[in-house]
Design a protein around this ligand. Sequence first.
Ligand SMILES: [Zn+2]
Length: 239
Amino acid sequence: MGTAQTRVVILALTAALLAAVLWTLKYRSSISVIETNQPSPTPAFSPSGGTIPPGPAEETSPPPAPSPEPTQAASPFASPEETRETPTPASENSFVGRLNLIVPVAGVRPDQLIDTFGDARSEGRVHEAIDIPAPAGTPVLAAADGEIIKLFPSERGGTTIYQLSTDKKLVFYYAHLQRYAEGIAVGNRVHQGDVIAYVGDSGNAGAGNYHLHFSISVVADPKRYWEGTNINPYPLLHR
Ligand SMILES: [Zn+2]
């Protein structure tokens, strides 16, 4: 092979190498342009992967209200592991004869009550409470001893009270109130029969449809008082 041929080969190889280097540089720079100009192909971070918080306050399910205790940092966005199940299925039958409740409306006798626990409500909900009709302003009585744990203005329930039982296993919920009784405040200890409020038609009761909406829920964790399982108050009051 002659010297001229060798030079030609070397030149051709050099040219090819240069072309390859240039092509690579161009290719890589165009890639980097794409990478910097385009939005990230991965979706934005979704909000915390926790469970969906409880829905808006409604007659049959208490609100996702923040805890009254400022020390409790836990939000309704609890992880599933934190959500404890009620150890045993809640049933009013296990409380009949053990709970000594009174009808929580002054002047209403147990035999006047009507069982409205299974009644249908809007949006496919079930009532899961008892409605006790009474004239506006009739005193609402504490159904049992316990503690006032929340005073809550609810869209559906109107003016409401949450009361925790002395053993902290039950939450009594009073709704559609006209107003609270004098001096009622969160943290109050109340005794059975104490006047805690007055019958009204607040919330979605319907104007002039004066009644107390009363529910009883079994709670696994009293700090998460809105997550209880409702039991039928009727057999517990109709004695
Ligand atoms: Zn009701």
